[in-house]
Design a protein around this ligand. Structure first.
Ligand code: TTP
Length: 574
C-alpha cells in the first residue's frame, strides 16, 4: 500500500472523548489479531478517551533489582552495581544496572565478565536462587511495599513488578477545589524539579522558576491546572516512597496512560516529567514508532516496512479508513487515535496480579532434549506456581482457573523451523502434584502437535530432533472466591465436576471444551491466545507480576498452612 497523502483528512488538533464518540469510533473492547492467525499476540483496540481532564501518572522504579540489593547491602549504595542472573557463564547476564554503572558504559545486554572489563570496580550481585532458578519473591515483595504507598492517593494499577499506573483525577480535583496550586506561596522543591514538556527553558533562564510560574498560572485551562495538582501529588508520593522504602522512582504525568508511560522514562532516575495537553503533538511527531507500547513487535514492523511509518507523527498522514483497511477496524482506529495522543485506557484498580507464572530458559547447549529433563524442570516450575497460588488463596481468598504451558522449541532438521511450540491451557486443579501432572500433559500435547505426526521419532524417553529452550507455566483467570461461600472446602466441592471433567485424558487438552466455571463458561482452544507477561531475556525468566505484600517468612508459614489445609480438603473430597 502506498501513502495517499492527498486522501487524508488529518485533523490539526487532538481529539477529546466526545469527538471520538460522536464519530462512532469507539472500540468494541474486544481483541483481534494481526492477520487473523491464531496464537499471535493480541492486536491493540481503540477505546474512547473517557475524559481529557484526567490526571494519570505512570511510576517506574529506577534500576529496581539493583535498588533492592543495595537496600540489603547498603555498602553498595553509590557504587557501580549490577544484578546478574543465576547462570555463571561469563559472569552471568546482567539484568539490572545501576545508574553509576551506566556512566561507565555498562549495559543490560552485557555479561558480568564484559562489565568487569568495562569497569573493573563494578559490583556484581547474583539474583537470589531457589529450585535451580531465579527467585524473584524479594523483588515482588519490595514492589508491593511501593504499591501500598502509591495507592494512598488514587486508583492504582500494578502494571508489572516495578511499574504502577495511578489515576489521580479525584485527588487533583479535590486539591484544585480546596487548595489550588495557583494560590500556594511555596511549592515543594521536588515538584519544582519536574520537567514540563514544551516549557521554554532558554539558556540562562532559571528552570525551577519557570516550573513555579507554570504551576502558578492563573490563566491556564482546567486540564493544565489539574496537571499542576498532579505534579504536586506525584512529587509528594515519590518522596514518601523514598522515605518509607529507601527506593527512588521516576514518573510521567499526563492525561492518559499512554502519554504518562512515554513520559516516565524521559528523565531518569528520580525525576518526573509532565506532558501538558499542548505538548502532545510535539512529543509524538518525532517519536520512533517502535517506542510506542504495543508497536514494538510485528505491528510496528509492518507499519515501517509496509507503509513507511517511522515516527508516530508519520501516522497522521493516513486517513482512518486507510489504516482500517490495512489493519482492521479496531486496530486501524487505535492507530489513528494514538497518532493524536488519544487513549481511553482506564487505570484498573488492581493491586494484585492478574496471573502468576514461573519460567526458565535453557539457551544454547542447555536446551532440554529429553522428556524426563523437561518433566524435571516442569515439576520445579509447578512447585513454585503452586506455592504462589496457595499464598494468594490464603491471603486474598482468590482462586485461579486456568493453567497454561508455554514453551519455546527448535527442530534441528526441519523445513518447518518457523513453527512455534503451541501454548496449551486447561482448567487448573489445586495441589502441587496435580498441577505438575496437568502441566506435563499439556507439554506432551504441545509436543505432539509441534513435532507433527511423522515429525519426531522418539526412542524411549529420548527424542531426536527437538530441543526446548524455554518453559513456563502460568495460572490465570484469577477471581475472588464468591462472597457467601462459607468455606474453601465447600467452594472446591462445588467446582469439582468442572475442574476435573476435562482432565480425564490428555487428549482432552487439545479439544475445545466448554466448562461450567464460576466466572461463566470458558473455551480452551488448542493455542492459548493470551500469553502472560513473561519474558525470557536471558537464561532465566523474569516475570512481571506481583504478589501480595508479605514478609517472606510469614509467606512460607502461610503457604505450608494452606497447603496442608488444601490437601486434606481435597483428599476428603476426591
Ligand atoms: P526495568 O524497569 O525495565 O528496568 P530497571 O528498573 O532495571 O531500570 P530503569 O531505571 O531503566 O527502569 O525492569 C525492572 C526490573 O525487571 C529490573 O530491575 C530487572 C528486571 N528485568 C529482568 O530481569 N530482565 C529484563 O530483561 C528486564 C528488562 C528487566
Amino acid at each position: 500500500m502506498t501513502k495517499t497523502i492527498t486522501e487524508c483528512r488529518v485533523a490539526p488538533r487532538f481529539y477529546s472523548r466526545n469527538d471520538v464518540l460522536r464519530s462512532g469510533r469507539a472500540g468494541t473492547g474486544h481483541y483481534r489479531r494481526f492477520g487473523g492467525k491464531r496464537g499471535e499476540r493480541a492486536m491493540p483496540v481503540a477505546k474512547p478517551e473517557s475524559s481529557d481532564s484526567r490526571v494519570i501518572a505512570h511510576v517506574d522504579m529506577d534500576c529496581f533489582y539493583v535498588q533492592v540489593e543495595q537496600r540489603k547491602q547498603p555498602q553498595l549504595r553509590g557504587l557501580p552495581t549490577a544484578v546478574v542472573q543465576y547462570n555463571e557463564w561469563k559472569g552471568g547476564a546482567l539484568i539490572a544496572v545501576s545508574y553509576e554503572a551506566r556512566k561507565f558504559g555498562i549495559k543490560r545486554s552485557m555479561r558480568g565478565e564484559e562489565a568487569k572489563e568495562v569497569c573493573p570496580q563494578v559490583q556484581l550481585v547474583q539474583v537470589p536462587v531457589a529450585r535451580g532458578k531465579a527467585d524473584l519473591s524479594g523483588y515482588r515483595n519490595a514492589g508491593s511495599e511501593v504499591v501500598s504507598i502509591l495507592a494512598r492517593r488514587g486508583r492504582c494499577e500494578r502494571a508489572s513488578i516495578d511499574e504502577v499506573y495511578l489515576d489521580l483525577t479525584d485527588a487533583a480535583e479535590m486539591m484544585l477545589a480546596d487548595n489550588p496550586p495557583q494560590g500556594m506561596e511555596t511549592i515543594d522543591e521536588e515538584a519544582l524539579k519536574s520537567h514540563i514538556l514544551g516549557l521554554n527553558n532558554e539558556d540562562g533562564s532559571d528552570v525551577k522558576e519557570n516550573v513555579r510560574k507554570w504551576i502558578h498560572r492563573h490563566n491556564a485551562d482546567h486540564r493544565d491546572k489539574l496537571l499542576a495538582c498532579g505534579i504536586l501529588i506525584v512529587a509528594e508520593l515519590r518522596m514518601q516512597v523514598l522515605k518509607e522504602t529507601e527506593f527512588t522512582c521516576s514518573a510521567g504525568i499526563a492525561h492518559n496512560k499512554m502519554l504518562a508511560k512515554l513520559a516516565s522514562g524521559m528523565n531518569k532516575p528520580a525525576q518526573q516529567t509532565v506532558v501538558p495537553f499542548s505538548s502532545v503533538k510535539g512529543l509524538l511527531d518525532t517519536l520512533p514508532i517502535r517506542k510506542m507500547k504495543q508497536l514494538g513487535g510485528k505491528l510496528g514492523i509492518s507499519l515501517q516496512m509496509d507503509i513507511g511509518v517511522n515516527t508516530v507523527g508519520d501516522l497522521l498522514q493516513f486517513p482512518e479508513e486507510k489504516l482500517q483497511e490495512r489493519y482492521g477496524i479496531n486496530t486501524g482506529t487505535w492507530l489513528w487515535n494514538i497518532a493524536r495522543g488519544i487513549s481511553g485506557e482506564e487505570v484498573e484498580g488492581r493491586l494484585l496480579p492478574k496471573s502468576h507464572g514461573s519460567g526458565k530458559t535453557f539457551p544454547g547447549p542447555r536446551a532440554l532434549k529429553t522428556v524426563p529433563a523437561v518433566q524435571h524442570w516442569l515439576n520445579q516450575l509447578c512447585e513454585e506456581l503452586s506455592e504462589r497460588l496457595c499464598s494468594d488463596l490464603d491471603q486474598n481468598k482468590r482462586i485461579a482457573h486456568t493453567l497454561t504451558l508455554h514453551a519455546r522449541a527448535y527442530k534441528s532438521s526441519d523445513s518447518d523451523s518457523q513453527k512455534k511450540f503451541p501454548s496449551k491451557s486447561c482448567p487448573l486443579r489445586y495441589g502441587t502434584a496435580k498441577i505438575q501432572e496437568d502441566a506435563f500433559n499439556l507439554f506432551q500435547a504441545g509436543l505432539r502437535e509441534y513435532i507433527g505426526f511423522y515429525g519426531g521419532k522418539t526412542r524411549g524417553s529420548h527424542c531426536r530432533g527437538w530441543g526446548i529452550t524455554s518453559l513456563s507455566v502460568s495460572a490465570s483467570k484469577i477471581v475472588p472466591i464468591p462472597s457467601g461461600t462459607c468455606s474453601i472446602a465447600k467452594y472446591f466441592h462445588g467446582q469439582s465436576t468442572s475442574h476435573f471433567s476435562s482432565m480425564q485424558s490428555s487428549d482432552n487438552l487439545n479439544t475445545e471444551a466448554t466448562l461450567s466455571l464460576p466466572s461463566g463458561s470458558e473455551c480452551y482452544s488448542e493455542v492459548n491466545l493470551s500469553e502472560p507477561k513473561i519474558d525470557f531475556p536471558k537464561e532465566e525468566s523474569w516475570i512481571k507480576d506481583t504478589v501480595p505484600d508479605l514478609d517472606l517468612q510469614e509467606q512460607k508459614v502461610n503457604f505450608l498452612k494452606t497447603k496442608l489445609l488444601l490437601f486434606s480438603f481435597l483428599q476428603i473430597l476426591f
